[in-house]
Design a binder for this molecule. Structure first.
Ligand SMILES: Nc1ncnc2c1ncn2[C@@H]1O[C@H](COP(=O)(O)OP(=O)(O)OP(=O)(O)O)[C@@H](O)[C@H]1O
Length: 278
């Protein structure tokens, strides 16, 4: 199916400045992550249909759209889990379209681990130490050096503190509540020291009372670090709270990509997306 792609030929506006972001220069800064006419077809069906997006340094870009719009498929193309049919993915200006996922991760593109990659029988701290160790090559020689061991342990504790799990390091990962599991997944992501984070529905399964705390953890990911975030999320209030800009997908295509206010006021978006009662 072919869908018109709007808003893909013009350069997006520079992200709005938020305190501590170091953004807001009159010219849009170079994109840290860009997709160019990214397309994934299964047979004749375009699951992702010519999507061109730009993520700027320190920017928080939310991705929304009805169920089946192609958001997760877009993430799969960007992170390398799926091979593109057409189009390109650029990270810091370099073409990474055909790179394997772990090569993209080495270049700073991090995607939240699925819960299945958390070792439930290990402690929270041990999980993050393994992720730090993996990021640094995971050689046994590294572990024989006491100084290197301490370095890994310190970095793991920093990751846990960043997501607010500093006091939960000794808990078995398998015993964590949903909200804490999401935090651990983010800590595992941070262990890879990414400059660009892809968060796929981080609020999924999280109880309503735990959402505000997780929102603050995610806000801090870009607040002072220069990291950029691309986040798919169904909770509109969370997206509106966090995002500098919002990309709206519909039937695989990009319907709009603009500031939250502009997206909410966009008649096409209202008709195609909000009109469906999401
Ligand atoms: N491997 C696949 N084979 C066939 N169809 C697929 C495959 N992966 C995704 N699809 C279809 O592509 C469409 C987009 O799926 P995708 O999961 O990317 O949407 P989404 O926007 O993330 O949806 P949701 O919000 O429900 O998670 C859906 O119709 C889905 O059924």
């Amino acid at each position: 199916m072919d869908h018109p792609v709007t808003g893909t030929t013009e350069a997006p506006p520079a992200p709005q400045q938020r305190p501590g972001r170091g953004l807001g220069s009159p010219e849009a800064p170079a994109a840290v992550l860009a997709t160019e006419a990214l397309t994934w077809r299964i047979g004749e069906v375009a699951i992702v249909d010519g999507v061109s997006l730009q993520l700027h340094p320190g920017e928080f870009l939310g991705v929304i759209g009805p169920n089946g719009a192609g958001k997760t498929s877009l993430f799969n193309l960007v992170s390398g889990l799926r091979a593109v049919t057409a189009g390109r993915v650029l990270l810091h200006g370099a073409d990474i379209t055909t790179l394997a996922p772990h090569r993209r991760a080495q270049r700073g593109l991090g995607r939240t681990f699925q819960s299945s990659s958390v070792f439930g029988s290990l402690s929270v701290r041990e999980n993050v130490r393994l992720a730090v160790q993996a990021h640094h090559g995971g050689s046994l020689a590294l572990w024989r050096r006491a100084a290197a061991y301490r370095e890994v342990a310190t970095r793991a504790d920093e990751c846990l503190a960043t997501v607010g799990l500093g006091a939960r390091g000794d808990a078995l990962a398998g015993t964590l509540a949903h909200g804490e599991k999401r935090k651990l997944e983010i800590a595992l992501l941070l262990a890879g020291e990414p400059s660009v984070l892809l968060l796929d529905e981080p609020m999924a399964g999280v109880s309503a009372e735990d959402v505000p705390e997780l929102v603050e953890v995610i806000r801090e990911l870009t607040a002072h670090s220069g990291r950029s975030v691309l986040m798919v999320e169904h909770h509109m209030d969370v997206i509106l709270d966090l995002a500098d800009r919002i990309a709206v997908m519909h039937h695989g295509a990009l319907l709009a990509c603009d500031t939250p206010d502009a997206v909410m006021a966009n008649a096409t978006v209202q008709e195609a997306y909000l009109g469906e009662g999401l």
